[in-house]
Design a protein around this ligand. Structure first.
Ligand code: G1P
Length: 273
């Protein structure tokens, strides 16, 4: 039912300079796998096979990663290292990848609107690859179930310490009767100061969006930080009762920060390896 997943991947990754000077931040690895590959695996696990990537200048490595490297294939064929390519080969076989470029960096909302040409008029998932999630059942797969029940936009949330609300979109809402993890969203604020935050329920980088979001985004003025914010566009849907927030099961690492990246590396090394 959700067939496409959008990956906004045009950002500069300035927090990881100089590593991200010539390497996309989405290609930074946790152990041996680039962040964006974890995201694509999570989408596939949710039954999504069409990957739509909003790319930008200096991001060619992403396209090359999801393609065959004939020279490499030739070099390692039949050798002990060949199985190391099994996972990525299987992803390439099962998914299609299409790309469009975001010419100007005007925020996450603008990046998502740039992806309209790849998505069209259907509900779709969004993965921000620097939020790395791990759970028995993938977070996107959990969200697709929620979407099936409520037929409206879904944001994944988790509780964060109150002094960190200024790093996230924050929601307010009421638990839906009969659930203990799904809220009908009544308000959303992008990166509020702790003193202004309506709750400590923070949006993480997983969304399912209904396609009317594109028209809303076209009319959304620049918000926090002078950027077009997806949070502001979602608030328009929320005012009509058309956004639910889902407290997903699993762990999430903020690999957009050095602390989160190191934490994820250690956790995956000790737990998954
Ligand atoms: C973006 C969104 C924010 C959300 C966050 C999740 O912020 O604007 O609402 O909480 O992703 O990672 P960014 O981290 O790109 O600054």
């Amino acid at each position: 039912m959700i067939k496409k997943c959008l990956f906004p991947a045009a950002g500069y990754g300035t927090r990881f300079l100089p590593a991200t000077k010539a390497t996309p931040k989405e290609m930074l690895p946790i152990l041996t796998k680039p962040l964006i590959q974890y995201g694509v695996e999570e989408a596939l696990d949710a039954g999504i096979h069409t990957m739509a990537i909003v790319s930008g200048r200096g991001k060619r490595a992403i396209e090359d990663h999801f393609d065959i490297s004939y020279e490499l294939e030739h070099q390692i064929k039949g050798g002990s290292k060949e199985p190391l390519l099994d996972e990525i080969r299987s992803l390439i076989a099962k998914c299609t990848f299409s790309y469009t470029r975001q010419i100007e960096m005007k925020g996450l909302g603008h990046a998502i609107l740039t992806g309209e040409t790849l998505i069209g008029d259907e509900p779709f998932a969004v993965v921000l690859a620097d939020d790395l999630c791990h759970s028995d059942k993938g977070v996107l797969a959990q969200m697709v179930e929620v979407y099936k029940n409520y037929n409206c936009s879904v944001v994944a949330i988790e509780e964060v310490p109150l002094d960190q609300t200024d790093k996230y979109g924050v929601i307010a809402g009421k638990l839906i009767d009969g659930t203990d993890d799904i809220y009908r969203v009544s308000d959303m604020v992008e990166k509020p100061d702790p003193k202004d935050a309506p709750t400590n329920l923070a949006i993480i980088g997983r969304y399912i969006l209904t396609p009317d979001i594109f028209d809303i985004l076209r009319d959304t003025p620049a918000g926090k930080g002078g950027e077009i914010q997806i949070t502001d566009a979602l608030l328009e849907q929320a005012k009509q009762g058309r956004v639910v927030a889902f407290k997903f099961k699993g762990r999430r690492f903020d690999c957009g920060s050095i602390d989160g990246f190191v934490e994820a590396t250690n956790w995956f090394y000790n737990t998954i390896k």
